[in-house]
Design a binder for this molecule. Structure first.
Ligand code: ATP
Ligand code: MG
Length: 323
């Protein structure tokens, strides 16, 4: 790892809803180093996919900046973007829905090359396709098959191969394992990890499932209602969660052992997520926070470093004591 390949500064995205604006992402900052996997977690609607889409230029940012490979990524002109777009690729939750059912596996994996590397001859293209298929665990014999002939896990391998064909430097994975059977999740997670090591890929790994984040990620960003609550190295986050929301998310994972479950001091995450159209004043998590105090309604907490974590909580220094 050697310095950030992606630097996101105060990124904001809003959607028009009727006559109002819904602030889906609110001044979010983070970075990803070369070869690093950053996990992004948070309940449904926290803005994870919107951040991914903004990085891919699929939705416009309403504020902030993104520096990718040393250039201001959101301001690239059309021509520059056409050339540079291949450096960030995405894989989605539902592999089958994102693959054209009329194309064969070979065509699907080879399509990005056709567009971006028209200089390659047929034979060389085929060679690259087959070598990528082998890399992701597909056989040459699958070349002329169609995506619907594959299981979810195999289809996700096709999606991964297609995304990696142009040797991107950042791979955005938006819930890549959620739609897969539990039994094959770990295989695909393992594959992503191996590929990352071999290719020195940076990965933004969006997930609900904390176990897969723990397995796959070097650092983790916790998002709530479009804002960063905490960013911490994996072991610090799981071993010593500092933000009350992070702690609640971890505790919301079911505990099988009833004695340990009873010993929990903070109740698992309860209550409704407020509407993003009318977010709470001050700290957006305060309406569900066990530590909330009057100050939390008045002042938006800034992100600051405490121990190994960066977190947005007025009581950052005391959260460990409170539990
Ligand atoms: P999930 O875990 O369910 O995938 P998410 O964290 O990916 O959720 P987003 O899909 O980014 O969340 O949504 C963030 C917020 O923006 C939500 O309140 C959502 O309803 C809203 N939103 C997303 N897309 C649009 C859209 N096209 N128009 C209006 N609002 C949108
Ligand atoms: Mg999403």
């Amino acid at each position: 790892m050697s310095g950030p390949i992606l630097q996101v500064n105060e990124l904001s995205v809003r959607y028009p809803v009727g006559a109002r604006w819904l602030q889906a992402v609110d001044a979010v900052s983070f970075s990803i180093d070369r070869g690093e996997t950053l996990g992004m977690v948070g309940e449904s609607g926290s803005g994870k996919s919107t951040i991914a889409q903004a990085l891919l230029h699929l939705v416009p940012a309403s504020g902030g900046s993104v520096v990718f490979r040393g250039a201001r990524w959101l301001e690239l002109g059309r021509n520059e973007l056409r050339k540079s777009r291949k450096h960030i690729q995405i894989i989605f939750q539902d592999p089958l829905a994102s693959l054209d059912p009329r194309m064969t596996v070979g065509e699907l994996i080879g399509e990005p090359l056709k567009e971006h590397r028209p200089d390659l001859g047929r034979a060389e293209r085929l060679e690259r396709i087959v070598s990528m298929m082998e890399r992701v665990g597909l056989a040459r014999a699958h070349l002329n098959r169609y995506p619907h002939e594959f299981s979810g896990g195999q289809a996700q391998r096709i999606g991964i191969a297609r995304a990696l064909m142009l040797e991107p430097q950042l791979l955005v994975c938006d819930e890549p394992l959620s739609a897969l059977d539990v039994s094959i999740r770990s295989q695909v997670a393992m594959l992503l990890k191996d590929l990352q090591r071999q290719l020195e890929l940076a990965i933004l790994f969006i997930a609900h499932d904390l176990a897969s984040v723990r397995f796959s990620c070097d650092r983790v960003l916790v998002l709530y209602l479009g804002r960063v609550m905490e960013i911490a190295p994996r072991d610090a986050l799981f071993g010593k969660p500092r933000h009350p929301y992070t702690a609640a998310l971890l505790q919301a994972v079911p505990i099988a052992d009833p004695v340990r479950a009873k010993a929990r001091r903070i109740s698992p995450l309860g209550g409704e997520i407020p509407s993003p159209l009318t977010p709470p004043s001050g700290c957006v998590f305060r309406t569900r926070c066990p530590l909330a105090a009057p100050r939390c309604a008045q002042e938006r907490p800034a992100l600051r470093q405490v121990g190994a974590s960066v977190l947005a909580c007025h009581f950052a220094e005391q959260t460990q004591l409170a539990r």
